[in-house]
Design a protein. Structure first.
Length: 313
């Protein structure tokens, strides 16, 4: 890429708002008053967040406009509140409390087959809905699922949740600031386990490709496709969509039995795979437009897109 993708990696430099004490207090309130009452208490918290997080506010407004939804302040607030609701539900999933939820499964036979055949696979998702719901169902069905992620800028909430369920840490592969995580991923895949990662944010040292998303140029990471090509394992798409008041629809669909990047055409091939992912991401976002919680720049600024076109010409 000839255009800097610094805005796309802004999330790496963004710290959490809040503290461990605040998170523990919210958990205590949830345990005392229950899910419904705690959701009401989230309203002023989210209002404060929307008021004092202009970057997230702009990103939400941009996304809502592109997906064809209202994008005034109230719509942005509702979008962020939906994120808070799903984040609160993580507590229940981490504790194994599934009773408050109605969960539907589409494509669960794909995961069952992987487990039965002891075949390693990558599960590619996005910041859409809840990955915690998928992880909870995997634990309930004893599926060997590992999560790859960068957790440094969410250490408060992830630290608290890990203490509530210590078993989670054993299934987490932290990217951090080095590439040794790739060895861990390979070990898990070779052992016939599943490894989940998200493909809608540009990460540390990630290659970047330009795709069309909601009719405009957007930057997505190429790393997942390079990783899949090196592992020579199947790839599945997974999404967990939330619908009021308590329903989670979990989806798992085949994406590629094997990803190959041809010599001399690797960048072009990676871009083609990223474009396929972008099309499926758009599909699931349209099923639940308020479920994409990627509150950071994704689309290229018009001037950057123009410079890229001039260079290509």
């Amino acid at each position: 890429m000839t255009v800097s993708h610094a805005p796309a990696t802004a999330w790496l430099r963004t710290s959490e708002m809040g503290s461990t004490f605040a998170i523990r207090l919210l958990i205590a309130i949830c345990r005392l008053l229950g899910r419904g009452a705690t959701r009401l208490l989230l309203v002023p918290v989210v209002l404060y967040f929307v008021a004092f997080a202009p970057g997230a506010r702009r990103a939400s407004r941009d996304y809502l406009r592109r997906v064809g939804r209202p994008h005034w302040f109230g719509a942005v607030f509702a979008h962020c509140l939906r994120f808070a609701h799903v984040t609160l539900d993580r507590l229940f999933f981490v504790l194994g409390k599934m009773q408050p939820f109605a969960i539907t499964r589409t494509g669960k036979e794909n995961l069952a087959a992987l487990k039965r055949e002891r075949r390693g696979a990558l599960l590619l998702g996005a910041h859409v809905g809840s990955f915690e719901a998928m992880r909870a169902m995997a634990a309930d069905e004893e599926l060997p699922l590992n999560i790859v992620g960068y957790f440094k800028n969410a250490r408060f909430i992830n630290g608290v949740l890990a203490k509530l369920n210590p078993g989670l840490a054993a299934r987490v592969i932290n990217v951090e600031q080095n590439m040794s995580f790739m060895l861990s991923v390979k070990e898990r895949i070779d052992a016939g386990e599943m490894v989940a990662l998200l493909g809608d944010r540009v990460g540390l040292g990630d290659r970047v490709v330009e795709v069309e998303l909601f009719g405009a140029p957007a930057l997505l990471p190429a790393g997942p496709y390079w990783l899949a090509a090196s592992l020579r394992c199947p790839v599945y798409l997974t999404f967990g969509l939330f619908h009021e008041p308590n329903r989670y629809d979990l989806y798992c669909e085949p994406f590629a039995d094997r990803i190959e990047l041809r010599r001399g055409e690797r960048d072009a091939d990676a871009r083609a795979w990223a474009q396929r992912f972008a099309q499926r991401l758009e599909h699931y976002c349209r099923l639940a437009p308020d479920n994409w919680f990627n509150f950071y720049p994704v689309w290229k600024a018009p001037e950057a897109a123009a410079r890229a076109s001039e260079v290509a010409a």
